[in-house]
Design a protein around this ligand. Structure first.
Ligand code: KIV
Ligand code: ZN
Length: 403
């Protein structure tokens, strides 16, 4: 049986690994708001949290499973170490979801085995099938990750993956946990897995990576060329330390350069079929929402969603773009949901224009919050000629904090 797909599966971990960014913790309600936005964005799988880690995370995963994990919604996933307590908590939290997944992991690098787990390779080889089989008693869809795969002995990792698949893992995820590998190395790891794990056709190959050397997205694109079909990523690239691979960068690289990537997915070069299920026009909104709720600011020069990503400063560039946008733009701002609209908000603007602009920035306020924010907007507009998006975000954030 082949488990390969010709679309790339987008597994969003903003609510799990993304929330591991220092200072980015979210309430259950905030997680639910982000999960709804991720569903509108069209992600295939939402890793909603780590249910055993805290009662709050359990509750968030359960709530998301119930309200976002509907028949036509995304699959909802919960993280669990390879231990019965973790797996049981994940299985229980995920019960309300129409489609669920348990993601269980254990480290395979000698550094982690020796200093963190204090286990031998042969002990790990015993734990993996036992825990995958236990997870399988809660749901059919099991993802297994050999943590720190990027620094693991390949031969040992092949054995662990074979065992996990034989026990029922349907996705094997290859994490570059410390963002150590380079693109050609990471591509070779994926190729090695395809060539050396005998039952690999029974599972989807997924990748997960951190951005310690700024290489996570490049590593993933190389992994796609070598057979990876699921990408684990976060909005704005937030996550542990330097963050995770950024969803918006991966999706737009696959979208803008699809003729380059088509043949790696077995398609004709000129196929216009999208490579992912993402509705790219939701990208900007979702980015703003996640930034506002986590407090993680997006740097102005950040690819795709930074404030300067579609701005042209020098005279030569402005002149070129006015003559033909293609001179200095490789994608339309509209393709990520920027409206480029000419409505300038000021003291004469009405509530409708105000609400519309807030919605474009990713804010969906209750009527009461909207009324209060609108009053504050009018006060600020009396003092300033033009209200920028930054002013609007400050107004709304003040309002949310006071509520
Ligand atoms: O970075 C990592 O290795 C992880 C695992 C839990 C997949 O986040
Ligand atoms: Zn991670």
């Amino acid at each position: 049986m082949s488990n390969q797909t010709d679309r790339i599966i987008i597994f969003d971990t903003t609510l799990r690994d993304g929330e591991q960014s220092p200072g980015a913790s979210l309430t259950v309600e905030e997680k639910l708001t982000i999960a709804r936005a991720l569903a509108r964005l069209g992600v295939d799988i939402i890793e909603a949290g780590f249910p055993y880690a805290s009662p709050g995370d359990f509750q968030a995963v359960q709530k998301i499973a119930e309200t976002v994990g509907t028949e036509n919604g995304p699959r909802i996933c919960g993280l669990a170490r390879a231990s019965t307590k973790d797996i049981k908590a994940a299985g229980e939290a995920l019960k309300p979801a129409f489609k669920s997944r348990i993601h269980t992991f254990i480290a395979t690098s000698d550094i982690h085995l020796k200093h963190k787990l204090k286990k031998t390779r042969s002990e790990v080889l015993d734990i993996v099938p036992e825990m995958v089989a236990y997870a399988k008693t809660f749901t059919d869809d099991i993802e297994f990750s050999p943590e720190d795969a990027g620094r693991s002995d390949p031969e040992f990792m092949y054995q662990v993956l074979e065992t996990a698949i034989a026990a029922g893992a349907t996705t094997v995820n290859i994490p570059d946990t410390v963002g150590y590998t380079t693109p050609s190395e990471f591509g070779a790891i994926i190729k090695g897995i395809k060539d050396n794990v005998p039952n690999i056709d029974q599972a989807i190959i997924s990748v997960h990576g951190h951005d310690d050397l700024g290489l996570a997205v490049a590593n993933f694109l190389e992994a796609v060329k070598n057979g990876a079909r699921q990408l684990e990523c976060t909005i704005n690239g937030i996550g542990e330390r330097a963050g995770n691979a950024a969803l918006e960068e991966l999706v737009m690289a696959l979208h803008v350069r699809r003729q380059y990537f088509n043949p790696f997915l077995g398609r004709a070069v000129d196929s216009t079929e999208p490579l992912t299920n993402i509705n790219t026009q939701e990208i900007y909104k979702t980015s703003r929402l996640v930034s506002n709720l986590t407090g993680m600011i997006v740097q102005p020069n950040k690819a795709i969603v930074g404030a300067n990503a579609f701005a042209h400063e020098s005279g030569i560039h402005q002149d070129g773009v006015l003559k033909n946008k293609l001179t200095y733009e490789i994608m339309d701002a509209e393709s990520i949901g920027l409206t480029n609209n000419q409505i300038v908000l000021g003291k004469l603007s009405g509530r409708n224009a105000f609400r519309t602009r807030l919605s474009e920035l990713g804010f969906e306020l209750s009527d009461n919050d909207l009324n209060n924010a609108f009053l504050r907007f009018k006060e600020v507009a009396d003092k300033k000629k033009e209200i920028t998006d930054w002013d609007l975000e400050a107004i709304v954030n003040d309002e949310i904090q006071q509520a």
